[in-house]
Design a binder for this molecule. Structure first.
Ligand code: SF4
Ligand code: SF4
Length: 156
């Protein structure tokens, strides 16, 4: 009888443990911070970002970090955008094959109007020039961003 009671008590504690596990809330990974997604403030002229204002773009429609066999339109964009003056000429002809990121990895895509917070799905406008980003987090809050700021987490 004592053995039977012990076995029942063990079963009960296993059941209690399982019930507790089921009641636990699923853990949710925190959103990234602005710096982790390379947030950049608006360009001085207020333009949105795309290859034509990226320092890695070559005016022969190539990109310094993508294989030169890939045509990179001036209205494309990827997560590696670096603000600056594009490179002139046929610079890509001297580039070595094999040192490039793939378009799938960089997120290379055409966005004719360019990218900025105010055309990103995570943006909540506050006024004409600024708002909050619900795709990032700082101290548990959606951080303030500029309407023409942008980051690598941009999504249509
Ligand atoms: S593909 Fe990316 S890194 Fe290359 S020019 Fe365009 S934005 Fe810049
Ligand atoms: S609104 Fe979009 S582009 Fe702007 S910081 Fe947030 S995720 Fe990045």
């Amino acid at each position: 009888m004592v053995e039977r009671n012990r076995a029942m008590s063990r079963q009960l504690s296993v059941l209690q443990e399982l019930t507790g596990m089921l009641e636990e809330k699923p853990s949710v990974a925190p959103l990234p911070e602005r710096s982790q997604c390379l947030y950049v403030e608006p360009l001085p002229n207020g333009d949105r970002k795309n290859c034509k204002n990226c320092a890695l773009w070559v005016t022969s429609s190539r990109c310094l970090i993508h294989d030169p066999v890939i045509w990179v339109d001036k209205e494309a964009i990827c997560g590696y955008w670096v603000g600056g003056k594009p490179q002139e000429g046929d610079l890509h002809l001297n580039m070595k094959l094999g040192d490039f990121v793939s378009p799938a990895f960089s997120g290379l895509t055409i966005v004719k109007e360019g990218t900025s917070c105010d055309n990103c799905k995570w943006y909540e406008p506050k006024d004409a020039g600024s708002g909050r980003c619900h795709g990032l987090e700082e101290k548990g809050q959606p951080p303030p961003v500029q309407a023409r700021g942008c980051c690598a987490r941009w999504e249509q």
